[in-house]
Design a protein around this ligand. Structure first.
Ligand SMILES: *Cc1c(COP(=O)(O)O)cnc(C)c1O
Length: 374
């Protein structure tokens, strides 16, 4: 799909086959473990032989995501399967990997439980910096905006510095999505993401992917995936592709809702700290304006205690308590309960596709009840 088209056009048409009279726009999922083989030529005769390595529904989704990221895409069973797949496919004993100190917590847990044991040395740097020198580092994993604190890092500058030191650069693009930010254009070697969040946006499936322009890295990842088996099923792949068509619409509404909600939160006396990279007063604002194509619908803020959060969630009718983010329904998650290194009253609020006025009224009313004034 041509990059000259706008985001809505690209999202709606991404990965769809050429029109065939009598066929659906997006062909239904193909369910197969083995496929019929040519009895003489075997797997050489057709593209599909066995479901772990070959599935046409999955390939269509990979074409779609790849066209949005600007690289070749491989999908995985979850974001974690994609991220751990890259780390294990690339890193060798004696290598050093640099991970975000404030990024997705399960990646640090994996580094502690598995990378340490394999003899890979793990260093951490906060997303907003300062970064250590990259000398001796094999792989730099960046996550921007970082989940859950929403700090932002300069991808082009960090990719240049990392490449000068001979390191590979991977970027977790989960929070931004490919319509929010194109890390491969900014110099990253590979993009990783969870498709469970805003990319598919209906809170009904798990998915991950890696996208790259590096043919050798793509093959290493394909071999890794085929040998370890962390593939998404065809129904997930099909649901994800169907959902991708509305990505532009969903992000536009979520981002507009986040702008309205962040403006309201900034005024409320119960809110002790607020982060949203789209707020002009936010420390990440100037960099986000330069680097990002749009700002995600996720807002982070703090109340005074876990008890305040519980009262807020109980009082709200539109904010569901749930982890994950990027879905159609507005949700909020107290991140300390999952082990993130944040205050007890830290909330990650994911704005859904409801009406902004309804959300602002509901959230403001619930915060008033927290303080006992409403
Ligand atoms: C959720 C998330 C992941 C993990 O994705 P799953 O699909 O849950 O495995 C990785 N990185 C970030 C930034 C995430 O938010």
């Amino acid at each position: 799909m041509s990059t000259a088209y706008g985001d809505g056009t690209r999202a709606v048409h991404a990965g769809l086959p050429e029109p065939v009279p009598g066929e659906p726009f997006l062909p239904g999922p193909v369910f197969a473990a083995p496929y019929h083989l040519d009895p003489v030529a075997g797997p050489a005769a057709a593209p599909d032989g066995y479901g772990r390595s070959d599935n046409p529904t999955r390939r269509r989704l990979e074409d779609a995501i790849g066209s949005l990221e600007g690289g070749s895409c491989l999908t995985f069973a979850s974001g974690q399967a994609a991220i751990t797949g890259l780390l294990l496919a690339v890193l060798r004993p004696g290598d050093t990997v640099l991970l975000p100190a404030d990024g997705y917590y399960a990646v640090r847990a994996f580094a502690r439980s598995t990378l340490d044991r394999l003899g890979v040395s793990v260093r951490l740097a906060p997303t907003a910096g300062p970064y250590p020198p990259f000398d001796g580092v094999r792989l730099v994993l960046l996550e921007t905006p970082a989940n859950p604190g929403l700090d932002v890092c300069d991808l082009a500058a960090l990719a240049e510095a990392a490449h000068a030191a001979g390191a590979l650069v991977a970027v977790d693009n989960t929070t931004a999505t490919p319509l929010g930010q194109r890390p491969l254009d900014l110099g990253a070697d590979v993009v990783l993401a969870s498709g469970t969040k805003a990319l598919t946006g209906h809170s009904d499936l798990l998915l991950g992917y890696a996208a790259t322009r590096d043919a050798a890295l793509l093959e290493a990842l394909r071999t890794w995936r085929n040998q370890t088996g962390g593939i998404p099923g065809p129904f997930e792949a099909w649901l994800a592709h169907r959902s991708l068509a509305t990505l532009d619409l969903r992000l536009a509404r979520q981002s507009a809702n986040a702008a309205a909600v962040a403006a309201a939160l900034a005024q409320h006396p119960e809110v002790t700290r607020l982060r949203w990279p789209g707020l002009p007063s936010d420390p990440a604002y100037p960099l986000a304006q330069r680097q990002m194509r749009r700002i995600p619908g996720v807002v982070s803020f703090e109340l005074r205690s876990a008890e305040h959060v519980a009262r807020f969630l109980a009082a709200s009718r539109l904010v569901a308590a749930a982890t994950s983010f990027g879905g159609l329904h507005t949700t909020a998650d107290r991140r300390a309960q999952w082990g993130d290194d944040v205050s007890e009253g830290f909330l990650r609020l994911s704005c859904g596709c409801e009406d902004a006025a309804d959300l602002v009224a509901d959230i403001g009313g619930a915060l008033d009840k927290v303080s006992g004034t409403g």
